[in-house]
Design a protein around this ligand. Structure first.
Ligand code: MN
Length: 352
């Protein structure tokens, strides 16, 4: 039922944009619309059945798991692009949007379409995917709960003498053991001076007393991602370490209090950024405040200084201010949250 609704909504948008069909290649877009992750191409005409082109390796699986589409087998030795092209010509489609295509394929397609219009239309998928429905929210909540458990485990095992990779392994094992379908992205555990690298370094360092340690992890459930970061000081900690830690916590709170449906994403970024600037660390907050999350770990809307996005009820986003001082270390606190018209609902649990 949910797939029918999603495809119906997509058709309305495609019609609104003045196209007769949309051709999808992005596996997450295809999964979103059919429940099947390994389709090669999905052609959704505004009239008539949608067709999922599947290579022979995935054909049997597709017949069992793909919903609401005709499944077309692409045999070994056949080119999916050719099959799609033939179907477009057979059906006499005169205007086709697409989500993504490499330049060579696009050129070939354009030259073979007898003058039919073919143009990028990926935005319509994002306009749907950025508002999560109930089914999606249930899966993201589950991913967030698994992530929170992984984080508790990571915090439990951190002590002087433990290597970053051991902490990562414990967090990932805990999530996997409890039902995570894999990691949403490569786990980051970075300690001491290396915590000043927002995406981590080698992940091999031995954690020592007095280190700042950043742990950034995400579980995945039925394809849906969560994202969470905590920073701790091992042992006592210096004045400056405690200060930047307190500051990112406060900045996250300030930002969360601003978030609700109808607010400009860049204003939320600025609320957090302003506090960090006023405390003299502005130049060390080197990334945007957050990002949308769902089937992709980074997706629209974007919470950053240049964002044109308006936050809407049903968006799921991260809120993750950070301060990174080269040579000294860094701090970041991140949660995955659901936007409603009144406020945010935190989906990752507070483990502090
Ligand atoms: Mn993130």
């Amino acid at each position: 039922m949910k797939y029918e609704i999603r495809i119906e909504k997509l058709r309305e948008k495609v019609i609104e944009k003045g196209f007769e069909a949309i051709l999808l290649s992005d596996e997450k877009n295809i999964y979103y619309l059919t429940g099947f992750m390994w389709g090669a191409k999905l052609l959704v005409p505004v009239d008539g059945n949608s067709v999922l082109f599947v290579n022979s390796v995935n054909y049997e699986t597709a017949k069992n798991f793909a919903r609401n589409v005709e499944v077309e087998l692409v045999k070994i030795g056949e080119k999916v692009e050719k099959r799609v092209l033939n179907m477009i010509l057979e059906r006499g489609l005169k205007s086709i949007g697409f989500d993504k295509m490499d330049a060579a394929e696009y050129q070939k397609m354009k030259n073979s379409l007898n003058g039919a219009k073919i143009e990028p239309l990926g935005e319509v998928l994002w306009s749907l995917r950025r508002i999560k429905d109930e089914e999606e929210l249930a899966l993201i909540r589950r991913a967030a709960a698994l992530t929170s458990r992984g984080m508790s485990r990571a915090l439990e095992v951190i002590r002087p003498g433990v290597r970053e990779w051991e902490v990562a392994a414990e967090a990932e094992y805990e999530m996997r053991r409890l039902g995570s379908g894999g990691v949403a992205f490569d786990t980051i555990v970075c300690s001491g001076p290396e915590s000043a690298y927002p995406h981590g370094a080698l992940g091999e360092r031995e954690i020592r007393d007095g280190d700042l340690v950043i742990i950034d992890i995400g579980a995945k459930y039925h394809g849906y991602c969560a994202d969470m970061t905590r920073t701790i000081v091992v042992g006592e900690g210096t004045q400056i370490q405690k200060h930047i830690l307190e500051l990112v916590r406060e900045a996250q709170k300030v930002a969360m209090n601003q978030i609700r449906g109808g607010v400009m994403a860049r204003d939320v970024d600025y609320a957090a950024r302003k506090l960090i600037i006023e405390n003299g660390y502005g130049e060390y907050f080197v990334h945007g405040l957050g990002h949308g999350i769902g089937l992709d770990v980074h997706e629209p809307p974007t919470l950053g200084p240049l964002s044109e996005d308006i936050l809407l009820a049903g968006n799921v986003v991260t809120v993750e201010p950070g301060i990174y001082i080269p040579g000294l270390g860094g701090a970041r606190i991140e949660d995955t949250v659901l936007v409603t018209n009144e406020r945010v609902i935190k989906l990752t649990e507070n483990n502090e």
